[in-house]
Design a protein around this ligand. Structure first.
Ligand SMILES: [Mn+2]
Length: 197
């Protein structure tokens, strides 16, 4: 079973979260941040990774700690669920269009965490949500999941579309990369014999 649960509590946030990599995209998300819930719901739906995420954060300050800490915990859960990564497809990339926006996502489940994030927003906010937190989430998720993750928005205008294209692009790339490759089931896809840096 490729599942994991994470409980994370600090003075800033309390998070309970679980994932099933072989799910259907079922999501129960409650972070207290409406736009972020929308993005996480998309992430679950389009990755087909079942996600239960409950976060209680210090939203009276701002959304930063909650977004970053959910990224950390979700990354840890995905990494734990992957285990020794036996049989995974490992690499995936795609272009994700959303109306006028096009974002390219490439990832390697490498155990060598690295983020390249070339996405810019012309506005500081989407509703109450700071657009700079999109990058914060991707950074926390990539580092803690052990992903080499490249995200680049080639063009786009609407900030909601740009954010959504990043999350959907990550979702579809994850779906392909975590899938078991039937031709290589049981094998660890590395000439080193292990993944993990
Ligand atoms: Mn939307």
């Amino acid at each position: 079973m490729r599942t994991a649960s994470i409980t994370r509590a600090t003075k800033e946030t309390q998070i309970r979260l679980s994932v099933d990599l072989d799910g259907t995209g079922k999501a129960t998300i409650a972070t207290g941040v409406g736009f972020f819930d929308h993005m996480l719901d998309l992430l679950a739906r389009h990755s087909r990774i079942d996600m239960e995420i409950e976060a209680k954060g210090d939203l009276h300050i701002d959304f930063h700690h909650t977004v970053e800490d959910v990224g950390i915990a979700l990354g840890q859960a995905v990494k734990a669920a992957l285990g020794d990564m036996r049989g995974v497809t490992r690499y995936a990339s795609l272009h994700l269009p959303m109306d006028e926006t096009l974002t390219r996502v490439a990832l390697d489940i490498s155990g060598r965490p690295f983020l390249v994030f070339r996405t810019e927003f012309a506005v500081a906010k989407i509703g109450a949500f700071d657009t700079e937190l999109v990058r914060e989430f991707f950074q926390a998720f990539a580092i803690n999941a052990g992903l080499t993750l490249h995200v680049e928005t080639l063009y786009g205008a609407n900030a909601h579309h740009i954010a959504e294209s990043c999350f959907k692009g990550l979702a579809r790339a994850l779906r392909a990369a975590v899938a078991i490759d039937p031709a290589a089931a049981g094998e660890i896809p590395s000439t080193k014999g292990s993944l993990g840096g």
